[in-house]
Design a protein around this ligand. Structure first.
Ligand code: FBP
Length: 722
């Protein structure tokens, strides 16, 4: 039969091929590919330009009310106050007294103002750090505002990030080039890079470039480190009259600004919404896959470096079964250990914060509880920076970062160049431990560190010793956090399985059906096999039954079979179903979401950031970061502002030293968004009979009424101010 069918298909294919040949190939038989390639359908199918691209390029984002007129002016807002760091005061004297400035429409501009506003300018712009959807629209907004004020002005893009400034690699951004990238993702137009302008030499080269190009202003589109660069450049070029304006970019969402009284000035960096929506769409697809195929736990690591903002938004968007929030783990207190220590009159400091082992237990608990109701599948979301919040690992990260930075400082060669192989690095650490033992004092790497570190699997040791980025940051994206955690989870699940505590619940109806079909009485067999036969729609096999041997013994003891009989097939079927296999698929969501096209929210946000940048420049500001206030509200409430960067700077450990950087914001545990996620944890874990509670956000749609207009985190957090 199969052969006959096969023959039929071959014949049918041959007929189709002949029909195609008759139509497209000349009689002699050679294909007229040239003609075919000219066919409009082929041309359209193979073109780089599709409807989505055309629609995106044509879209003109709405502008905030402040930009409705020809001119804007800045209004100082002294009510916003900041706690200023002494080092920032010392290192950035020229811009430390900047205030928040509101950008306002200026219909009654006088002649002098108009002349200054409309003066012919040269502006340079640079992308710095990882790409974030919306960057091109910052340029588009800036370009449009600049052209509106004076069409003779010119905009230059520094090529490949801050290196472009240092090495004077620049391209003029023409209307054609800007139009090509409107509303599109990535930083493709001028590329990006992670170089930090952190030495006197790099600073003076940058200054030289700005002077030689005759720039009036430099715009730095970047994250915390890049806005730090912007502040130092602003200070450096104050006397040259080169204004420097920062723009809050990063998918991580960790640039959020409040003043000392908690008033929100910038509730989210751009790119966050698009990346989170990109991740959420993929992860929600996995929720559908998991609940269809019911055999995998999908383990999804999501980007976000340290802060868990992206994971939190993904939880809200998808209702994945378990979402870890790093900040929450750091806050954990083991009350039992505290009480036990208190009884002995001591304090157990290790009870504060969660250990990796404990975290793996928490995950196992969710997995086991779901399995008990027949759901041996699910979706787990792990923020890539979760290790930063695990005390024991954070200590290693800090110690190793300091050791690497010290080595680089003392020897004139990079630690990783001297010790390329893991074993060489470990040998150096061992030597360091011996040396510090001999020298007395407080060693940075002691025998205990060595012992603990050697207990860690090799790939994780390698991860912790991985090269730091140019800012001295630990590169969480390069560490297989999910692999480490899931290794521990798997080990513990094996233990639970051996103890008979990890079982797949069997649906009561199904059990009855299988027994009856096998000629057995479910009411007789049920109480023998299950610990909870009297209640619930799902039945859990007794703890004591964990192998075919123990199953046989149980049946014999209950008089269901004789010792020499085999287990009845129907019972065996149920037994096999109740024994869980823990199968996982690991996924990393990061670079994909970072490279996605911007959502409509990010398109509008970034275009208005670009307009704000120009207003700040045209009004003479420097050392300010462009921002949009009230992002968490509807568009009609958005207000462009300039936020002073210097007062936001704090001392942080970088490359083993304390340096001034823009303060990062992490998930606040009393925020509405986190409290909502926490309250819904049980519901989304869905460890009870019935359907899961997944939410399907769908793809980034850009147009249409169903496109959401703001990140859910913002919508929820805004409720705190109502
Ligand atoms: P920025 O802070 O520069 O915006 O970068 C964010 C990020 O995407 C993080 O989420 C991630 O940890 C890191 O960049 C990855 O860096 P790299 O591109 O160097 O692999």
């Amino acid at each position: 039969m199969a052969t006959q069918q096969h023959r039929y298909f071959r014949l049918r294919n041959a007929c189709n091929i002949q029909k195609f040949r008759d139509k497209h190939m000349p009689a002699k038989g050679s294909p007229n590919l040239e003609t075919l390639l000219q066919h409009p359908d082929v041309k359209q199918a193979t073109s780089n330009i599709n409807t989505e691209l055309r629609e995106r390029r044509a879209f003109i984002p709405p502008a905030c009310d402040a930009f409705a007129g020809r001119y804007t002016r800045l209004e100082a807002c002294p009510d916003y106050q900041f706690e200023i760091d002494q080092d920032a005061r010392r290192q950035l004297p020229g811009i430390i007294h900047n205030q928040v400035q509101a950008v306002k429409c200026y219909p009654a501009a006088d002649e002098k103002f108009v002349e200054a506003y409309q003066s012919k300018r040269k502006i340079g712009v640079v992308f710095s750090g990882g790409p974030a959807p919306g960057g091109h629209n910052v340029i588009a907004g800036l370009f449009d505002a600049m052209q509106k004020a004076n069409p003779a002005s010119s905009l230059y893009g520094f090529w490949l990030g801050p290196d472009g400034i240092i090495e004077n690699e620049v391209v003029e951004l023409t209307a054609e080039l800007v139009d090509e990238y409107r509303n599109l993702g990535g930083f493709t137009m001028i590329k990006t890079g992670r170089t930090k302008i952190d030495t006197a030499e790099k600073m003076s080269l940058s200054r030289e470039t700005c002077k030689s190009l005759g720039l009036d202003a430099l715009v730095v589109v970047g994250g915390d480190d890049s806005n730090t660069n912007a502040a130092f450049l602003a200070q450096e070029m104050l006397d040259d009259g080169v204004q420097v304006i920062g723009v809050p970019k990063t998918i991580d969402g960790d640039i959020q600004v409040r003043d000392a009284n908690g008033a929100v000035l910038c509730s989210m960096s751009f790119g966050f919404h698009s990346a989170a929506r990109g991740f959420a769409q993929n992860i929600s697809n996995l929720c559908t896959d998991a609940s269809s195929d019911i055999k995998y736990w999908h383990i999804c690591k999501v980007m976000g470096r340290v802060a868990s903002h992206l994971a939190l938004e993904v939880a809200l968007q998808t209702h994945a079964n378990i979402t870890l929030i790093g900040e929450d783990l750091a806050d954990y207190v083991d009350k039992r250990r505290i009480a036990a220590a208190a009884k002995e009159g001591t304090i157990d400091y290790t009870a504060y914060g969660m250990t990796l082992r404990h975290l793996s237990r928490v995950i196992c608990d969710g997995i086991v509880r779901r399995a008990a109701v027949g759901k041996n599948y699910g979706v787990l979301v792990i923020p890539e920076g979760v290790l930063e919040f695990i005390n024991e690992i954070q200590t290693f990260i800090i110690k190793l970062s300091t050791i690497i930075a010290d080595y680089n400082d003392t020897h004139d060669i990079d630690f990783h160049k001297t010790f390329p192989a893991l074993e060489e690095k470990l040998e150096y650490l061992r030597r360091l431990q011996q040396l510090s033992g001999e020298n007395g004092g407080l060693p940075i790497w002691n025998a205990r560190d060595n012992d603990l570190f050697s207990d860690i699997p090799e790939f994780f040791q390698e991860g912790l010793l991985t090269e730091r980025d140019s800012h001295g940051n630990f590169q969480f994206s390069l560490v297989q956090t999910d692999k480490i955690l899931m290794g521990l989870v798997r080990d513990y699940l094996d233990i639970l399985k051996e103890k008979g505590l990890y079982k797949v619940g069997i649906e009561r109806k199904y059990f009855a059906k299988v027994m009856t079909a096998g000629g057995l009485d479910p009411a007789r067999i049920g109480p023998v096999l299950f610990s909870d036969y009297q209640d619930g729609p799902y039945l859990l096999m007794k703890k004591s039954i964990f192998s075919i041997k123990t199953l046989t013994q149980t049946l014999v003891k209950a008089g269901i079979i004789k010792a020499e009989d085999g287990v009845p097939a129907a019972v065996m079927k149920i037994y096999i179903k109740s024994m869980p296999k823990f199968k996982t698929q690991r996924h990393f969501y990061g670079y994909d979401g970072r490279g996605s096209h911007p959502t409509r929210f990010d398109c509008n946000y970034t275009y208005n950031l670009g307009l704000t940048v120009f207003s700040l420049i045209a009004n003479g500001a420097t050392g300010q970061m462009a921002a949009i206030k009230n992002l968490e509200k509807e568009f009609s409430h958005w207000e462009p502002v300039g936020i002073p960067i210097a007062p936001l700077m704090r001392l942080e450990e970088r490359k083993g030293k304390l340096s001034l950087v823009l303060e990062k914001s992490v998930v606040e545990l009393d925020s509405v968004a986190f409290q909502v996620v926490k309250s819904f944890r049980e519901q989304w874990l869905a460890a009870e009979p019935g359907a899961d509670n997944y939410r399907r956000p769908g793809p980034i749609r850009f147009t249409g009424n169903s496109e959401e207009d703001r990140p859910l985190t913002l919508v929820l957090n805004a409720l705190a101010d109502e």
